[in-house]
Write a protein that binds this ligand. Structure first.
Ligand code: SF4
Length: 339
């Protein structure tokens, strides 16, 4: 589905160009949340394509967080010793315009990737986890793993639990906010298995995403015994003011989701219009601390470009330089960062 944002109709050919390069999809639920009276609508800005996406900067990278450097078998990213990512699908019900994996996800015609791991690739990925008993936690991501049927979610859950050394399964998803009807009691039941604890990280970036349908979907997860944490991206023009951030974090808490990570936006291609400077982010975090309860404070994180891992920015991992910043990874190596 290709949609030209309101007010940008004159750029329709450019929007078509964006849609040929990056996946575009918006759910009917999200469209129902658009406020036609709001010229800076955070739903429009997050999900509807813009000609600004055709502007790729030299520092932007097709694989900004360096997944490929840590992928021993298809579908697995093993960056930290005790946990892996399991990328079971390469598609999402909607496509965020700032997505850090935008070069790797979407319909096969755009991403060049299969929509999901084949049965053989899934077998190989699970065999890798079984062969590494140091892996305690498996993080299902993609794409959005909640696009899978409850039957396939149950299959993955049961097989991971049967390994014995995996104790935590964490699902990273945007579905409760963007397509809440997919969160059924059947899906919630599918995520449970003996011997494992199930966590869900819910991705939302603005309090406006907490529609009644989304709140009901989150309640089904919480009532179903799933532990909930948040993930958000700090985005220019969407949540880069303290009132928007406070409202977002308070909405998470009110819905039984512990604010966990606020990501500094990654250097994904064609997303510079969403990025702000690290100093701006640090100032916002200071203002947020003065504004809300400690329970509502997420960690402000940067994924170091190139696959060197995630570090907290409000820490001694960060130093200012003449041209931007440098960040220290967990192995003690310093990396320049242009922002
Ligand atoms: S839901 Fe996640 S993987 Fe899918 S487009 Fe949004 S950020 Fe990217």
């Amino acid at each position: 589905m290709t949609i030209a944002p309101r007010g940008l109709e004159q750029t329709a050919p450019e929007i078509e160009q964006v849609a040929r390069r990056y996946a575009v999809a918006v759910s009917p639920h999200l469209l129902s949340l658009v406020d036609p009276a709001d010229p800076a609508d955070p739903i429009v800005r997050q999900f509807l394509p813009s000609a600004e996406e055709l502007n790729t900067l030299p520092e932007e990278l097709p694989d900004p967080i360096g997944d490929a450097a840590h992928s021993p078998v298809k579908g697995i990213v093993h960056r930290y010793a005790d946990r892996v990512l399991l990328k079971a699908v390469a598609v999402c019900p909607v496509y965020c315009r700032f997505c850090f994996r935008r070069e790797m996800i979407g319909p096969q015609s755009i991403s060049g990737q299969d929509n999901a791991l084949s049965p053989r690739d899934l077998d190989a990925a699970l065999a890798y986890v079984a062969a590494h008993p140091e892996i305690r936690e498996v993080i299902l991501t993609g794409g959005d793993p909640f696009i899978l049927s409850p039957r396939r979610i149950a299959d993955i859950t049961q097989r991971l639990a049967a390994i014995g050394t995996v104790k935590i399964i964490r699902w990273h998803t945007r579905v409760p906010m963007v397509d809440p009807a997919r969160v059924t009691d059947e899906l919630v039941a599918a995520m449970h298995a003996p011997g494992i604890t199930t966590w869900v990280a819910v991705h939302a970036n603005h309090a406006r995403e907490f529609a009644p349908e989304a709140r009901a979907a989150i309640a089904r997860l919480a009532d179903g015994g799933i532990a909930l944490i948040s993930q958000s991206v700090l985005l220019k023009g969407i949540n880069d003011d303290v009132e928007s951030l406070a409202a977002l974090m308070q909405a998470f808490l009110a819905n039984r989701i512990k604010p966990y990570y606020l990501h500094h936006p990654d250097l994904a291609p064609g997303t510079s219009h969403f990025r702000l400077g690290i100093e701006d982010g640090l100032a916002l975090m200071r203002a947020l601390r003065a504004r809300v309860s400690g329970l509502a404070i997420p960690a402000y994180m940067l994924d170091i470009p190139g696959g060197f891992g995630k570090v907290p920015l409000e820490s001694d991992h960060l130093e200012k330089t003449a041209t931007g910043h440098r960040v220290r990874d967990h192995a003690g190596r310093w990396h320049d960062y242009p922002g």
